[in-house]
Ligand binder design. Structure first.
Ligand code: ZN
Length: 339
């Protein structure tokens, strides 16, 4: 049986960020290149992706497959590394392979989930997509990574949270009944869930407690002259921690209904950060499982208030009604002005 799921072509870099960087570009050629990429992102988002042929898959095991687009745009590209193949000489291939592996291991060992669909779906990734492509995305079937232009963005396989962010778009697609519509609050929740698990996978891999974690998304993929990270979950909108155009609100007081989903996601991101820091220890011990348990309780057009109710309900299911865990979740959503 094939079930149709709503899915997004979900980019890690919003087109608005590429346009802001274009405004600040040093030369006309750089400006035009960024505007072309912003437009291309919008074009790809409107495209229906075609499922690549999947052959001979036995469900229930970690199966990573890395392809090389060789700077073209045909997906998935040439097969360059399969599961158990030795490491490549190509750093991007190995980073995509290792990042997908860490994300798979996290979901299996911490949340008892076998891959993106819970049924051992093969994890396909394509590296070297297009020329100097300043983005990475999940297209509903697979991960796709650009190399960056080397001036603004470095390679997109270099940050494990970016890889886990993109793969989590697949988890959301399969776990929230009908998927989360990629606009307004449901779209911001879709983005936030990817940031939440992107950050948790990084913390888990680095064995960092909530106090040790940097709570940044995309640290390491930007050139230092552009910024330090895409977003901060601890302090959304703090440009000293991120980059000069960061316009994320951390509270409903700064919410705008027409803002980009990557902007409004600051509010639910910050709610997760507050809940996790109240609960102390490791984000994957309590706060992560609560957010994960809430996913099947959401609907396609869920609002932030719906997410608050779903996470409070999930906390009650896992830890009991009126437990300190449920109270921490409630406090978090109150602090960001959602309830
Ligand atoms: Zn995303």
């Amino acid at each position: 049986m094939h079930t149709h799921h709503h899915h997004c072509t979900c980019f890690i870099i919003p087109s608005g960020m590429l346009r802001k960087l274009a405004d600040a570009a040093a030369t006309d050629a750089e400006r035009q290149c960024l505007l072309d990429q912003a437009e291309q992102s919008a074009f790809l988002r409107g495209q229906r992706s075609i499922a690549p042929a999947v052959m001979g898959i036995s469900a229930g095991e970690k199966r990573r497959t890395i392809f090389d687009a060789r700077h073209g745009t045909t997906l998935p590209g040439k097969l360059v590394r399969g599961e158990t193949d030795p490491a490549s000489r190509d750093v991007a291939v190995n980073q995509a392979y290792d990042g997908a592996g860490a994300t798979y291991d996290f979901y299996l060992s911490v949340l008892n989930r076998n891959s993106i669909d819970g049924k051992g779906l093969r994890l396909d990734s394509t590296v070297h997509y297009n020329k100097k492509f300043n983005n990475a995305f999940w297209n509903g079937q697979q991960m796709v990574y650009g190399d960056g232009d080397g001036k603004l963005f470095l390679g997109f396989t270099g940050a494990i949270d970016v890889i886990a962010h993109e793969l989590t778009h697949g988890v959301t697609q399969y776990t929230v009944p009908g998927g989360l519509t990629y606009r307004q609050q449901s779209g911001a929740l879709n983005e936030s869930i990817s940031d939440v698990f992107g950050s948790i996978v990084k913390q888990w891999k680095l064995k960092q407690s909530v106090d040790q974690a940097d709570w940044l998304i995309g640290a390491g993929i930007m050139a230092p002259a552009v910024g330090k990270a895409l977003r901060s979950m601890a302090e959304p909108g703090n440009r000293a921690l991120t980059w000069s155009g960061d316009d994320q609100p951390s509270n409903m007081a700064g919410y705008q209904d027409d803002a980009d989903v990557h902007t409004s996601s600051g509010i639910p991101n910050h709610a997760f950060y507050i809940a996790a820091t109240i609960l102390k220890g490791n984000a994957w011990d309590k706060a992560g499982p609560i957010w994960y348990r809430a996913l099947p309780l959401l609907t396609s057009n869920a609002t932030f208030a719906d997410a608050a109710q779903a996470t409070m309900q999930a906390a009650a299911l896992l830890f009991g009604a009126n437990s300190p865990e449920q109270q921490a979740v409630q406090t978090a959503w109150k602090e960001v002005g959602v309830i």
